[in-house]
Design a protein around this ligand. Sequence first.
Ligand SMILES: Nc1ncnc2c1ncn2[C@@H]1O[C@H](COP(=O)(O)OP(=O)(O)OP(=O)(O)O)[C@@H](O)[C@H]1O
Length: 589
Amino acid sequence: MVMETAMACTSGGVVALADVTVVRAAQLTSRGRFTGQKLVVRWPGAGGKGLGVGVGVGVRRKASVGCRASFELVEHLHGLVLGVGVGLPCTVMECGDVVYRSTLPRQGFQITTPGVALTVLIVTYLWATPGVAPGFWDMFVLAPLENLFRPRFRKEDLSLGKKLGEGAFGTVYKASLTNKQLLKKDGPLVVKKANEYGAVEAWMNERVRRACRKSCADFVHGFLDDTSSKGKEEFWLLWRYEGKATLADLMANKDFPYNVEELILGPGKGDDLPRGPERQNRILRTILRQILSALAQLHSTGIVHRDVKPQNIIYSEDTKSFKIIDLGAAADLRVGINYIPKEFLLDPRYSAPEQYIMSTQTPSAPPPIIAAALSPVLWQMNLPDRFDIYSLGLIFLQMAFPNLRNDSGLISFNRQLKRRDYDMVQWRNLVEAKQSQDIRQGFEILDMDGGVGWELLKDMVRFKGRKRISANAALAHPYFVRAGLFGLSGMQKLRLSLMRSSEQENEGVDWVTSLMAKSGTESVGGFTEAQLQNMREKEPRRKGSIQRNAMAQALKLQRKAAQTIAATVDDIQKGEVGKRVNWWNRWQN
Ligand SMILES: Nc1ncnc2c1ncn2[C@@H]1O[C@H](COP(=O)(O)OP(=O)(O)OP(=O)(O)O)[C@@H](O)[C@H]1O
């Protein structure tokens, strides 16, 4: 190995200069030729200084006389340049071993299998529901931009009309705009003077307007009015007037569901079928699909409505479809807004048995940035969207059974179901024995096409949120996906029978459980209700394969990690930073 200053010349002149360790050097002959076939040049270590890139190596190449002259000149310059410490850093130069420059591996961007796998993993996490990446984009780009260009309203710009409703969160009026220049599209508006949660409702509506505007009533603006005569601040919320009827109004009509048919299908479009279960089923399916689509969009953006009921589903005369209103009780799980695990804001008639959208052991939401980063984990742990699915299941039930459409009917259904441990099959056995016309009509609808409607209803109204179907899965259910006139396709029938057989497995477990309960033991006298409930909810034991066990362990670990982090963040938020946070104790709990 010889330490020397090397320079390579090409016909274009000097192209490289550096202090190099020549491992196997080409000789520059007195006749100006490289004699070696290979020139391996090791550039100086990190931070090596030098000039130029590209070494004409390995090729017998004629060095011109000019080149030789340049060599000497540059050698002088070289000393000068290095002397003052000027030169390109190694990061921008091709430092390292140089063996045939043209055959060197490229040092720029390279695709490797672990790199691809890691990228896929990160992207999947960032885009998993409720969407960390879209959330940041929404929060830091879309929201400020929208704020910049939206017109601003004051209460003087509005003229209030008829009162439309009064609820726990405020009073709602039909209104019109006095200053017509504020909005391009004219038309009636709705104003809610919110006394509580107004700012949150406005924030939630703005989020929905950016993420999935077609699923909810068209929100215009929200502003704070601190000039109220009552002396307290009021938040004014503005929507476009969607129409005069909510699903509750339409369901209260004796002609339901035929009164909705014309609204959603258009005049005379439903006359191809005679009045009866098949026609009713078609209308119910359309209504349910519209509401499920709206919910699926809300859920995919991390919002759980928490107050899904016929009164909060409005028929939009403009889009001829059903939309969701009243986001006052909604929770944004992406950033933890309005998410208070122990708060009870819900309508008991439609609320799921768990009552909370998140486990009560999940601490209150951490600061938005941390909440956003953790949101996919928390979402998967709690599946909070299933809360809305239960409520929608009850609406489906009410649409099918006329006797359940009023409050007393629904309340007595809730009582009956609770007594039967939320087992819809047991409830069916109970009510079918009564032979009422309304009940018969309901089951006739649900049992069509091999009972797909009944299957879907059972998947929606389940005790455990985790076992309930999601809005997206429900939309792909055979109840909606039909093969035209022939009803269910072969695949759908297969899927249905699979679903049924898995259910029979559960029923077997239930049967054994009830036998055990009846037999009891002499000393204890049988199981308590709580123990029974616990046993029923347990999955039947399946043979554990290595993959399944590994998966279960990984999930357990993920859940534990998320709980530990969330609990610690909660402590920090509560100001318990001073106390020593014992991670190990938390982990073991
Ligand atoms: N965009 C809209 N277009 C037409 N009507 C609307 C609209 N928004 C609300 N309404 C009407 O106003 C009523 C009350 O609205 P909303 O449910 O949002 O108020 P609320 O104060 O939260 O009531 P509650 O507490 O009873 O749910 C609705 O039942 C509906 O009739």
